[in-house]
Design a protein around this ligand. Sequence first.
Ligand code: SF4
Ligand code: MG
Length: 307
Amino acid sequence: MENLRKVFVTGVFRKRLVNAVDGVSFTISSGETLGLVGESGCGKSTLARVVLGLIPPSGGRIFFHGQEITEARAAELKKVRRKMQIIFQHPESALNPRMKIYDSLVEPMRIHRLVNNRREEKKKAEELIELVGLHKEHLDRYPHELSGGQIQRVVLARILSLQPEFIVADEPTSMLDVSVQAQMLNLFKEIQKKFNISYLFISHDLEVVRWMSDWVAVMYAGSIVEIGPVEKVCENPRHPYTLTLVSAFYAPANNVSEFTKVTDFKAARHLSGCKFYPFCLEANSVCKKKPDLKEVEKNHFAACWHL
Ligand code: SF4
Ligand code: MG
């Protein structure tokens, strides 16, 4: 991703431009996971949709296997898009409540003509459902007969039927119970190893991102303020915002819902300089200019004038 931007126009009487994604660049290698962490509202989900071409960027370029796909035509995109899939926070909405699991599961394979006959289709469906830790009998059920975790497994199986190389997972486990969540995260990892899949793994939960990722990007008010190997960023955060975030997260008696309210950055979005300026203890006049990411140690970047 190269310098991606997404601008929304809001307001009915007085129009206002919101920089939801404000110049985001990153690379994900095959078989690796980039975790994207940030408070709710920081632009993570918008970025996810721009990355997959579900909404067009206002600027920037998207590459897949070195080939630019930012403005690829629909026909070219269809092939590439099959290789790039997304899994959302609310799995229920991904399945038709009136369709049996079997029919939902095989639907994408039918659309993409990946199976030649009924027998092959059935075999494939059975393989897929077992791959995600469910049983053949589940194929005959309806979504309401399954738990949230089971449905998320079906959704994953559906995606896997298309043999994706890159999956954007947008808070895929945040609606699940903690115990189910851990199993699901492990399943994501197993699948990754088996098929050499790359993930952009989005979460507001630092612990989840740490468990899942090789690299982590910290997003704040539409920009990546710090990016690097996950252990380096978590153990040795350099950007003042990441420091706030990490210490808020690991503070005793803290919890995730408090973590999501570290700062009220919506008010800071319009700032042209560093958007952390209103909350930063180290801020001074130089911070009114936007800082670029710079390498603070090998492969570890942060955007702050005081580094
Ligand atoms: Fe704080 Fe300035 Fe660094 Fe922004 S650039 S994080 S305001 S010190
Ligand atoms: Mg979101």
